[in-house]
Design a binder for this molecule. Structure first.
Ligand SMILES: N[C@@H](CCC(=O)N[C@@H](CS)C(=O)NCC(=O)O)C(=O)O
Length: 221
């Protein structure tokens, strides 16, 4: 039995969605942030940085959202190309591209003061925005050219839900905010996310976490 430790509208959302997609039994345990649970020794034993999510598995505790999603896809043979698939190499390459580039840059946009202190927020944001635009354009161009079935409007995938969550956060504060990127600028990505957010699993968790009816393409906070 799995346990996902979650707080609404954080990285735990995509783990909850993927667990629901897979239809595997799991305990969904709300983290009591107010009570300081992220700092407790018990929580830090699961996630040493005290971040969300933490995930308990029969194989031991896990942290790092992308690793958790890949573990689940592999264990349950769904939502990603199998280890033996000819598509695995391309999938892994782009999955790590997202994890190593888009997700950390998004964190820099959200917490620019953590990069070089409160006095350097403006240049950190400017540089992060430039890199983010490059990463999104590169990924969008690849999807348009290669139409991979591991990121497609025709079948659900961990990649679809993962990028859905990231694009959500890039739009959630609306135009004019320094984190804002308009999904309409990425024409190949948009239809994939539109399909994924209508999956019953995404709708169920979106309702539970109050993410709005279109959590990836038209987010509300
Ligand atoms: N690389 C980690 C990042 C996790 C992360 O940044 N979680 C956020 C919520 S989305 C968090 O716990 N923030 C609180 C903090 O950093 O203090 C992952 O992908 O799991």
């Amino acid at each position: 039995m799995y346990t996902i430790h979650y707080t609404p509208d954080t990285a735990s959302m995509v783990v909850r969605i993927v667990l629901t997609e897979l239809g595997v039994p799991a305990k969904h345990q709300l983290i009591d942030r107010e009570a300081g649970m992220l700092d407790t020794p018990a929580y830090r034993a699961m996630n040493p940085l005290g971040q969300v999510p933490a995930f308990e598995t029969p194989d031991g505790p896990m942290f790092e959202t992308a690793a958790i999603l890949l573990y689940l896809a592999d264990k349950h043979n769904a939502l990603a190309p199998a280890v033996t698939s000819a598509q695995r190499a391309a999938f892994l390459k782009w999955y790590f591209f997202i994890s190593f580039n888009i997700h950390p840059t998004l964190m820099q946009l959200f917490y620019p003061e953590r990069v070089a202190g409160a006095d350097h927020v403006a240049p950190v944001v400017a540089a992060a925005r430039e890199r983010m635009a490059t990463y999104l354009s590169i990924f969008d161009a690849m999807v348009a050219a290669e139409k991979p079935n591991w990121f497609s409007p025709n079948e659900p995938s961990i990649m679809g839900h993962c990028i859905g969550m990231l694009m959500r956060w890039l739009a959630v504060y609306g135009p004019g905010h320094h984190t804002y990127f308009d999904l309409r600028d990425y024409r190949a990505i948009g239809p994939v996310l539109a399909m994924h957010e209508m999956r019953p699993a995404a709708q169920k968790i979106a309702q539970f976490e109050e993410l709005g009816a279109m959590p990836y393409t038209n987010p509300v906070s």
